[in-house]
Design a protein around this ligand. Structure first.
Ligand code: GLC
Ligand code: CA
Length: 577
């Protein structure tokens, strides 16, 4: 039992559960998840051991990017409910002694936001400069071209042409997600007021900060013009642009301002999505002394095997790569005053048990889902769990057609692929294999609540298809079953909290970089050490103790642990005496 009395800021010890509203729970049969459906499910979330709920965008939006395209920060998307529902959600969460954080999407708005409509209306509109507008370029044949060759994260150009004013606006993501101009102080103040203060005044407890590394754009030498990205893919016009679109010169100034003006006044939890940065850069965002954000999401683990600029250029990875990724995400805060996160799923990632575990039969599915729970609950940082992860939800079946995929990222990529390969069934199948492994759609299929129609998600027609395996994998079947993935997560979270100096705050050291089936590491605090061994293979592997001392088992995903052998996907957590 832990004896130390160290106290930490509340957000460090929290366990956070992410809700992606469209697919969480539908209360009125219209096929879309909604806020009343969330309220109905709060006891399930609480029973997992969760202390904070993160709600993905619930704001008014045309939903081109599932709510990450916001048309009004101060209104609720009507399919999700009303402002009264939202007030009630805040109350019900607080009543259960949990906290609520929202998604802060302020790199861009929807093109339907009134700010953008004004900006677009004329060259001299007072809000023209709230977004980033540039004149066209012309090639040697006199053809109009966008200001740079930058590739959008959702395929095609990062620039979209507006005929009326004969200028392009910048959009890193979809054409309907214009980037805000953070250089303009008036714009920043409007963002703080509408997107942040409005919600803090309603009593929310913090924000997950979307694309938090992208607000400060990187201009060329003249401080105004943008430069072309170098050619990495010679067979395409648009080129990866992350070096021009991340960690720009004023990014830390902007975060410091947001902290001092707003978030510091509310004892807020702030977690930034900053996938693309060096570890040194990461420290600057989240060192306590810098006063910017509390913690961030790095992408080392979730990007494994994929190209950082393009998830569908997928090459695969080894267990050693996996260990390195976990270490690099975890170790960068060692010896600093910075803080980090632990996560393996979110609404932008496929299901972890498919990607890092084994779903070839139900026994291995259950065991490997629990193995991942052991990994996640023993790593240092604030723990995030994505809806459905707690019951081991899997990727969508490979047999499904491309039409079942609804994400703009997948759809645009597929369209681009078909344009380049109109008649190539083999290339289609290869891309479908990759889509089936890494698309964002896998996280977005409805939560499987029970074995009734549509997995109990909706009595109507779900906006997107429910995974075929809902009869086998659902909340109802797992609640109260001591052998279920859900019960395992519940217990593993308890163990994490019980030994929090070790698991939430301890130092992390990998012992077996070179062993190809096992992942063995030590966690240590001032007065305790834990020894964790995880078999990431479908083979039996001899168990060898790599440290001195007596081992005392405190958690495992098998009933009868054998002294000398680890069964496939077996994991154990020991204290070292
Ligand atoms: C973030 C979100 C993602 C969204 C993008 C654009 O990466 O997590 O879902 O598509 O930002 O807002
Ligand atoms: Ca609904």
């Amino acid at each position: 039992m832990t004896t130390t009395t160290t106290t930490y800021p509340w957000w460090k010890d929290s366990t956070i559960y992410q809700i992606w509203p469209a697919s969480f729970r539908d209360s009125n049969g219209d096929g879309f998840g909604d806020i009343p459906g969330i309220i109905k499910s709060l006891d399930h979330i609480k029973s997992l051991g969760v202390s904070v709920v993160w709600l993905s965008p619930h704001y008014d939006s045309p939903q081109d990017d599932m709510g990450y395209d916001i048309s009004n920060y101060e209104a609720i998307y009507e399919k999700y409910g009303t402002m009264d529902d939202m007030n009630q959600l805040i109350d019900e969460i607080h009543k259960r002694d949990m906290k609520l954080i929202l998604d802060l999407v302020v790199n861009h708005t929807s093109s339907e936001h009134s700010w953008f409509k004004e900006s677009k209306s004329s060259l001299d509109n007072p809000k023209r400069d709230w977004y980033i507008w540039r004149k066209p370029r012309y090639d040697s044949n006199g053809n109009r071209q966008p200001p740079t060759n930058w590739l959008s994260y959702f395929s095609g150009s990062t620039w979209n042409y507006d005929e009326k004013t004969d200028e392009y606006y910048l959009c890193f993501f979809a054409k309907t997600q214009p980037d805000l101009n953070w250089e303009n102080e008036e714009t920043r103040n409007a963002i703080y007021k509408s997107a942040l203060e409005f919600w803090f005044k309603k009593g929310i407890d913090g924000f997950r900060i979307d694309t938090a590394g992208k607000y400060s754009k990187i201009y060329g030498k003249d401080g105004k013009t943008f430069e072309d990205a170098p050619i990495v893919y010679p067979d395409q016009y648009y080129q990866p642009s992350s070096q021009f679109t991340n960690n720009g010169p004023r990014i830390h100034e902007f975060h410091k301002e947001m902290f001092s003006e707003i978030t510091s006044k509310y004892d807020a939890l702030t977690v930034g999505e900053v996938g693309n940065c060096s570890k040194q850069e990461a420290i600057e965002y989240v060192s306590a002394a810098e006063k910017e954000m509390n913690m961030l999401f790095l992408f080392d683990v979730v990007h494994l095997g994929s190209n950082r600029e393009d998830r569908f250029k997928y090459k695969g990875f080894t267990l050693k790569d996996f260990k390195n990724a976990v270490a690099s995400q975890s170790d960068f805060i060692k010896g600093t005053d910075a803080w980090s996160t632990v996560f393996i799923e979110n609404h932008d990632q496929p299901r972890a048990v498919t990607r890092f575990g084994n779903t070839s039969n139900s026994q291995l599915w259950s065991k490997s889902a629990k193995l991942l729970a052991l990994l996640q609950t023993t790593l240092t940082g604030t723990l995030y769990i994505y809806q459905g992860q707690e019951i081991g939800m899997t990727n969508l079946p490979r047999s499904w057609d491309i039409e079942e995929y609804k994400d703009i990222n997948t759809i645009n990529y597929w369209a681009e692929h078909k344009k380049l390969n109109p008649n190539d069934p083999e290339a289609d199948e290869n891309l479908l294999d990759v889509i089936n492994l890494v698309a964002r759609d896998h996280a977005r299929s409805p939560v499987q609540w029970d074995d009734s129609i549509n997995g109990g998600f909706s009595t109507g027609t779900p906006w997107t298809r429910v995974n075929d395996n809902y009869k086998d994998i659902n909340v109802k079947a797992q609640t109260g079953d001591p052998n279920s993935v859900f019960s395992f997560y519940q217990n593993a979270i308890k163990v994490r909290q019980l030994y929090k100096n070790l698991f939430i705050h301890g130092d992390f050291e990998i012992l077996d970089y070179e062993i190809d089936k096992l992942f063995t590491y030590i966690k240590s605090s001032d007065d305790q050490r834990a020894y964790i061994v995880l078999n990431f293979s479908d083979k039996e592997v001899p168990f060898k103790q790599l440290v001195d001392g007596n081992l005392k088992l405190i958690n495992s995903n098998v009933k009868d642990v054998k002294e000398d052998t680890l069964t496939p996907y077996e994991g154990r957590v020991y204290l070292i005496d």
